[in-house]
Design a protein around this ligand. Structure first.
Ligand SMILES: Nc1nc2c(ncn2[C@@H]2O[C@H](COP(=O)(O)OP(=O)(O)OP(=O)(O)O)[C@@H](O)[C@H]2O)c(=O)[nH]1
Ligand SMILES: [Mg+2]
Length: 448
C-alpha cells in the first residue's frame, strides 16, 4: 500500500504489488471489460472481484509495469482503488490472500530499488526527506538530493581519495620500481578534499534549519496574550483566549512555516505564583518547555509595561537559547518602556495580537532570531546520517595529516585514508553492510 489511509481521507488509494507474482495477482483480481490489452505501462479500467464469492468489491484503474522500467526494478502492478478505510482494506485482504504475498516493510520498495540498481542510496534517502518535508524550502533541498546532487558530490570526493590511496599502496608494495612519491601533491589533494567536505558540512548545518525546523516556546505571565499570539500567527483560533488569567493549562502546539522554516509554536500556561494545583502542573510544564525549546519568545503586556516578574522570567531562560522579547497589546500601549531599555542585548519588538499591528516587523525580527540566512546557493545538503559520516571522514583526514607531519611510514598513512574512503562509501552506498542498510530503510515510511 503506498497511500496513507485514514478515515475520511482521500478519494483514491493506491495498492502497489511488486515482484514476480504482481501481474498474475492483478489479472486474478481485476476483471477488465471490453477489448483492453494487458500490456506493460498501460492503464486498464475494471473491477476488483472477490475470486471466492464473485462479489464486486470496487471500480478501479490497474497499472501494469513490467521490469525493469519500474520503481523497484521488479514487475509492479498498482491498483488504484477508492479511498477510505473499508474498500482499501478489503482489496488489500484479497491481495494478501495469495501465497507468497505480504505487506511491504517500511522503505522496502526503495530498498529493492537500490538493490536492483534503480536508485543510489542518497537519492533513495532524499525521497524519504521529500515525503517528510515540512516546508517548500525543505522539499527543494530534498529534490536536489533526489536529482543526484549528494551522490555526485561525495562520489567524486571519494574517487579522488581512492586515486591517492592507489598511489600510496603502489609505493608500499613496489617502491623501488616506481618514481618517488610527490608528497606535496598528495598533501594538497587531501587538503582540498577535506576543505570541500568541510564546506558541505557547513552548508548542511545551515540548511538543517529548513529541514528540521524549530520548536519555539511562547512564555510569559498570565493574560499577556500568548494564546492570542499563537492564534494570530497560525491564522486560526487554535487556542482558547479569555480575559481570565490562567486560561491555558496545558501545552498546545501549532505548526506553521516562516521564511521557509517549519516552526512548531508551543503555547504554555502563564507563569506566576498560584495555589491552584492544576495551574501549578501547567506552570511546571511551561518551565520544562522554556528550558528545552530551540527559541523562546517572552511575551509581556504593554498595558502594564515590563515589570519585575518579567525580569524574573527572563532570568529563567537558558543564556544560550536565542530569545525575543515581545511587547504585546501595542493597540492599548500605556506604559513607558524604560524598564526594558536595560536589557539591550536581547532583541525586542512590539506587536498587537488583537489587531496584527507590527506584524511585518515581528516576522522580520523572528527570522533574524532564527538565524535564517538566504540559502539559494546551499542546495546540496546532507541528512544526519550522512553528516555524521562526513565528519568521521574529515577526522580521518586530519589524523592522516598528523601521520604525514610526523613522517610516519606510508602504511600508517593508508590506514586513515582507507577509513575516510569507507566513511564516504557509506554515504554513497558503495561500502555498506546489510545491517546498516536495514537500519536506514526501516526509518522510511511504509509504502516507500
Ligand atoms: N487589546 C488587546 N488585547 C489583547 C491582545 N492580545 C490579547 N489580548 C487580550 O488579553 C486577554 C488574554 O489573552 P490570552 O491570549 O488568553 O492570554 P494568555 O497569555 O494566553 O493568558 P493565559 O493563558 O491565562 O496565561 C484576552 O482578553 C485577549 O483578548 C492585544 O494585542 N491587544
Ligand atoms: Mg493562554
Amino acid at each position: 500500500m503506498i497511500t496513507a489511509v485514514a478515515p475520511g481521507q482521500g478519494g483514491v488509494a493506491i495498492i502497489r504489488i511488486s515482484g514476480p507474482l504482481a501481474e498474475d495477482i492483478g489479472k486474478a483480481l481485476v476483471v477488465v471489460p471490453g477489448t483492453q490489452t494487458w500490456a506493460s505501462h498501460r492503464v486498464l479500467y475494471g473491477h476488483v472481484i472477490d475470486p471466492a464469492t464473485k462479489e464486486r468489491i470496487d471500480e478501479v484503474l490497474l497499472l501494469i509495469m513490467k521490469a525493469p522500467r519500474t520503481f523497484t526494478g521488479e514487475d509492479v502492478v498498482e491498483i488504484h482503488c477508492h479511498g477510505g478505510v473499508i474498500i482499501v482494506e478489503r482489496v488489500l485482504e484479497l491481495v494478501l490472500a495469495f501465497t507468497d504475498v505480504r505487506r511491504a516493510l517500511p522503505g522496502e520498495f526503495s530498498q529493492r530499488a537500490l538493490l536492483n540498481g534503480k536508485r543510489d542510496l542518497s537519492s533513495a534517502e532524499s525521497i524519504n526527506e521529500l515525503i517528510h518535508a515540512r516546508s517548500c524550502k525543505a522539499a527543494q533541498i530534498a529534490m536536489a538530493g533526489l536529482d543526484g546532487g549528494i551522490q555526485q558530490c561525495i562520489s567524486s570526493l571519494r574517487s579522488r581519495l581512492i586515486d591517492q590511496l592507489s598511489e600510496l599502496d603502489a609505493r608500499v608494495d613496489f617502491e623501488e620500481d616506481l618514481p618517488s612519491l610527490d608528497a606535496t601533491k598528495l598533501v594538497n589533494e587531501l587538503k582540498s578534499v577535506q576543505s570541500d567536505l568541510l564546506q558541505l558540512i557547513e552548508n548542511s548545518h545551515r540548511t538543517s534549519l529548513f529541514r528540521k525546523g524549530l520548536r519555539v516556546a511562547l512564555v510569559g505571565r498570565p493574560n499577556v496574550g500568548k494564546s492570542s499570539f499563537l492564534n494570530r500567527l497560525s491564522g486560526r483560533e487554535r487556542a482558547i483566549v479569555s480575559d481570565l488569567p490562567g486560561t491555558t493549562r496545558d501545552l498546545l502546539e501549532s505548526s506553521l512555516v516562516l521564511g521557509g522554516i517549519p516552526i512548531t509554536l508551543i503555547d504554555t500556561a502563564g507563569i506566576h505564583a498560584t495555589s491552584d494545583s492544576l495551574e501549578k502542573l501547567g506552570i511546571e510544564r511551561s518551565f520544562e518547555i522554556l528550558k528545552g525549546a530551540d527559541v523562546v519568545l517572552l511575551i509581556f503586556d504593554l498595558e502594564s509595561g515590563w515589570i519585575f516578574e518579567d525580569s524574573q522570567l527572563l532570568d529563567k531562560i537558558p543564556v544560550e537559547t536565542p530569545k525575543l522579547l515581545i511587547g504585546n497589546k501595542l493597540d492599548i500601549q500605556r506604559s513607558d518602556l524604560s524598564g526594558i531599555k536595560a536589557i539591550n542585548s536581547i532583541p525586542h519588538v512590539n506587536f498587537s495580537a488583537l489587531t496584527g499591528e507590527g506584524e511585518p516587523e515581528l516576522i522580520n525580527t523572528l527570522l533574524q532570531v532564527f538565524n535564517a540566512k538566504e540559502t539559494t546557493d546551499l542546495m546540496v545538503a546532507l541528512n544526519d546520517r550522512q553528516l555524521d559520516l562526513a565528519v568521521l571522514a574529515v577526522k580521518a583526514l586530519e589524523r592522516l595529516q598528523e601521520a604525514i607531519d610526523q613522517k610516519l611510514p606510508w602504511d600508517f598513512w593508508t590506514i586513515d585514508l582507507r577509513l575516510a574512503i569507507q566513511n564516504l562509501g557509506e554515504i554513497t552506498g558503495d561500502d555498506l553492510t546489510e545491517a546498516v542498510l536495514e537500519r536506514i530503510f526501516s526509518r522510511f515510511c511504509i509504502g516507500k
